[in-house]
Ligand binder design. Structure first.
Ligand code: F6R
Length: 629
């Protein structure tokens, strides 16, 4: 599996120099707000005091670590800072947190302090073996305050510390598995920050008499444009006058200083023009974050739903809105196929008023990126009232839906800023597929061979998503050719139809072109009357069992003058005889096709909208979180 890391959650920053760190850290955190977060915090080394014993690795002064944290906006943190005139110091670290382990709260917000108060840490990433380390340290009597995976880093560091900061940190990170970008300060080493990185981003900013670190250039760009990119396994010792970088053995290495010339707006989007494109490109990372922590030895493990007894249910009802509903349509097909249980999928705005027949033998799956969609919340309340068990698939940790559900599985896609969902949708589908395989294992409706083969295919999704992105460099050309079609159709059968629904929605919501998704076989029952010369039909042809059937629908629309843009698997030669243009995606298990097949359609929608001059990240009339009915 490719190593992509989880690099979009949380933001970290640090400063050491001659100026007050507080305002610089807060400014850095404001610049990182775009990444999405639910709480924030800073820690500084306040006023140095004389270290009489002189035991501190060469330093003869020490200081006290002070922290400020706030749930919610960085502006709340700034208010707290303003109210604390004594919060002064010239070296510190800061963090914006997007909750993954533990709800958003002041206690779970970073920085985290070691129990002895000697070290403070900020961390971006996931420590996968945190439970083992935590249990081990608890045996030594170390008390933990938060529910986070991060706290183990700082407690282990304090445990390993015998006077040499660097040695203790190297020993600590050698124990960690997962991903991290961390910044650490100590009360015994004034002016020094240590930073380390593994599969999460971290750059060091070089100033004059002051140095910085941050998750990305955005937090630094107003202070310096000279940066060092820390690589995986490296550790940096940052002081006001010097930055030393060490490899994983502790040997000092030379690093190049890179000059950047991005402005703040392009830095926020990692150089992309729009958040939507950034998020489309992040999908391999997001899928990896969703999938990888839940696969152990080719077995799907959902720690979150321990106690959910699938044998209790005689049917499953999926409900959601918009793209999340489209993910649910895919989920219905996968769960039905693997679990041999009756599954329905329905939009939440209908279900909530329909007086549905359900009881305690019904499992309701609600899907929501934001976890705050009003219709979805109302529908889930109705289902709970009828006795159903509710399992939520949600991206935003601690959101209303996550709290109201009986069980919740997080997609861990990272914050989604563009209004049109992309990585939110693909991670929902991936999670539904994982749930279906897990449930089929519980119900014994899947053979060992089929189970393993599905798990392997699921694990390959991140690299196949990357391949789908790499293969589709010519989508822009297609958009240039077709952008002025005022009305078009997306057609497909089975899984392809589910993807057609989402591809069509993506296009209409950001480009404002009229578009409809049709089950390919249904077209001839009326809608074919609208096919005329020049009309664009996007034909989804990845569900190979029904490929020949879809081809006959392509021929029917072509006979009436339509132009056809097909999406098909690499290696499918015959599609080139049928369609005017073809976009290719890599092969995968037929049940997983939607995760990959949607990618060229997201790109198509993006480029068509761009060509039409639309406001891609904030389409008119739409909101990211639909909290009204
Ligand atoms: C489309 C889109 C919407 C959402 C829908 C549900 O790109 O983003 O259709 O999918 O409003 O939102 P969540 O998933 O937050 O419940």
């Amino acid at each position: 599996m490719i190593d992509l890391g989880r690099n979009y959650m949380c933001g970290i920053t640090g400063y050491t120099g001659i100026n007050q760190a507080g305002p610089i850290l807060l400014e850095g955190l404001r610049r990182l707000e775009y990444r999405g977060y639910d709480s924030a915090g800073i820690a500084i080394q306040s006023e140095s005091k004389k270290d009489e014993a002189g035991e501190n690795g060469g330093d003869n002064t020490s200081c006290t670590l002070k922290m400020l944290k706030a749930t919610g906006k960085v502006s709340h943190l700034a208010d707290k800072f303003e109210a604390e005139p004594d919060f002064k110091g010239v070296c510190g670290i800061g963090h914006t947190r997007w909750a993954t382990h533990g709800v958003p709260s002041d206690t779970n917000a970073h920085p985290h302090l070691s129990a002895d108060g000697k070290f403070a840490v900020v961390h971006n990433g996931i420590i996968e073996n945190f439970a083992d380390i935590r249990a081990e340290l608890q045996k030594y009597g170390i008390e933990f305050k938060s529910e986070t995976d991060t706290e183990v880093i700082v407690q282990l560091l304090a445990y390993n510390y015998k006077g040499n900061f660097k040695k203790a940190l190297m020993k600590t990170i050698a124990r960690l598995t997962g991903s991290y970008a961390i910044g650490v300060i100590s009360d015994e080493h004034p002016g020094t920050i240590f930073a380390a990185k593994q599969a999460s981003p971290l750059i060091i900013g070089i100033g004059i008499g002051e140095n910085y670190f941050a998750s990305d250039i955005t937090a630094l760009v107003s202070n310096t444009k000279n940066v060092i990119d820390l690589d995986d396994g490296e550790v940096a010792e940052i002081t006001p006058d010097e930055v030393k970088v060490f490899d994983h053995t502790g040997k000092e290495i030379d690093k190049e200083i890179r000059h950047i010339n991005w402005d703040i707006a392009s830095a926020e989007k990692s150089g992309y023009e729009h958040f939507m494109m950034k998020e489309i490109m992040e999908q391999p990372h997001a899928l990896k974050a969703t999938i990888e922590p839940r696969v152990k030895d080719e077995t799907i493990v959902f720690d979150e739903i321990k106690g959910l007894d699938m044998k209790k249910f005689n049917r499953v009802h999926i409900t959601a809105c918009g793209s999340a509903y489209h993910a649910g349509c895919v989920g219905r097909a996968i769960i039905e196929s693997l679990c041999k249980i009756q599954v329905e999928a329905e939009v939440a705005s209908e279900l909530r008023y329909r007086d549905p027949v359900m009881d305690e033998k019904t499992l309701v799956i609600v899907i929501s990126q934001s976890g705050e969609t009003a219709d979805t919340i109302a529908a889930m309340k109705e289902c709970k009232y009828k006795g159903a068990t509710v399992l939520a698939i949600v991206n935003v940790v601690g959101s209303s839906i996550a709290k109201l559900a009986d069980y919740c599985i997080y997609t861990w896609a990272g914050p989604e800023i563009a209004v049109a969902t992309t990585k939110g949708y693909t991670t929902q589908v991936a999670l539904l597929a994982m749930f279906a395989v897990w449930a089929a294992g519980e119900l014994k409706t899947i053979s060992h061979g089929a189970y393993t083969s599905m798990v392997i295919d699921i694990m390959h999704l991140p690299e196949r998503a990357q391949r789908a992105l790499d293969l589709n460099t010519k989508v822009k050309k297609m958009a240039d050719k077709y952008y002025d079609n005022q009305s078009l159709f997306f057609i497909g059968r089975n899984m392809d139809y589910a993807v057609a629904l989402e591809g069509s929605l993506k296009l209409k919501e950001i480009s404002y072109l009229h578009s409809e998704a049709y089950a390919a076989g249904e077209l001839k029952h009326g809608t074919i009357a609208l096919i005329e010369p020049g009309r664009l039909v996007v034909a989804l042809c990845c569900y190979e069992k029904l490929f020949e059937k879809t081809v006959s629908n392509i021929q029917q629309v072509k006979a009436r003058g339509a132009e056809v843009l097909a999406v098909a698997h690499e290696g499918n030669r015959s599609i080139f005889q049928e369609a005017d243009d073809v976009l290719l995606v890599p092969q995968t298990d037929p049940l997983l096709v939607p995760v990959i097949e949607i990618i060229p359609l997201q790109l198509f929608a993006y480029y068509v909208a761009k060509k039409n001059g639309c406001d891609i990240d904030k389409p008119k009339n739409l909101a990211k979180s639909v909290t009204v009915e």
